[in-house]
Design a binder for this molecule. Structure first.
Ligand code: GAR
Length: 219
């Protein structure tokens, strides 16, 4: 019997490299999710053109065209409903949602953030990690909750901070890990293997393994 794949929308505001990682992963025959729609709140987002070249439907819901956050979100959710979207992946989507939208998508909306949460929420995470002198940095995929860059963490990947790092070098090292863990997390969610218990996410079939990240240890 053919298994149905979960219908996923990716929300972007810019470049869309995580979007590409998800689209590419979903091309695999055994991947449990399909990317049915890419939505941008910015008409000029570079990722829109990239999604089109990959054959994925795109749409723009420009937040500047709405008088209120609620009106913007109603238009956005109408697009998601029309495409029968079941899971939403935020991938460099730079708008904050209202509490009611977050509640409606609880457990079905993921975000990727370029730091080891709860450290360095917000913007300029790599510059702030360098300034703070941390030796280990990384990225997190988490369920979206009310507060910005918070919510139950599903997976994290770490990278070393090297002595000759600048923001750009560190960002590139982290981004590589983002592209690995986001598709891995979407797979787990689409397979219904994630259970939220308070702030923790339990992975069914995860056994005693602490880190399910596909990232192999760095030499
Ligand atoms: C990524 O590094 C993502 O983690 C970050 O924006 C970048 C988008 O890049 N997201 C956040 O900072 C969310 N708080 P991309 O458009 O190439 O995927």
């Amino acid at each position: 019997m053919k298994k149905t794949r979960k219908r996923v929308a990716i929300l972007i505001s810019g470049r869309g490299s995580n979007m590409v990682a998800l689209i590419e992963a979903a091309r695999a025959r055994d991947y449990p999710a399909e990317i049915v729609l890419v939505v941008s709140n910015r008409p000029g987002a570079r990722g829109l053109a990239v999604a089109k070249t990959k054959g994925v439907a795109t749409t723009v819901v420009d937040h500047t065209g709405f008088a209120t956050r609620e009106a913007f979100e109603a238009a956005l959710e109408a697009k998601l409903a029309a495409a029968e979207v079941e899971i939403v992946c935020l991938a460099g989507f730079m708008r904050v949602f209202t509490r009611s939208l977050v509640d409606r998508w609880r457990g079905r909306m993921l975000n990727i953030h370029p730091s080891l949460l709860p450290a360095f929420k917000g913007l300029d995470t790599h510059a702030r990690a360098l300034a703070a002198g941390v030796k280990t940095h990384g990225c997190s995929v988490h369920f979206v909750a009310h507060e910005l860059d918070s919510g139950p963490i599903v997976m994290q990947a770490t990278v070393p901070v090297l002595d000759d790092d600048d923001e750009e070098k560190l960002a590139a090292r982290v981004l590589e890990e983002e592209h690995r863990i986001y598709p891995a997390v979407l797979r787990l969610l689409a397979e219904d293997r994630l259970k939220i218990e308070g702030e923790r996410v339990i992975v069914a079939g995860g056994g005693k393994r602490v880190d399910l990240s596909p990232a192999s240890p760095k030499p």
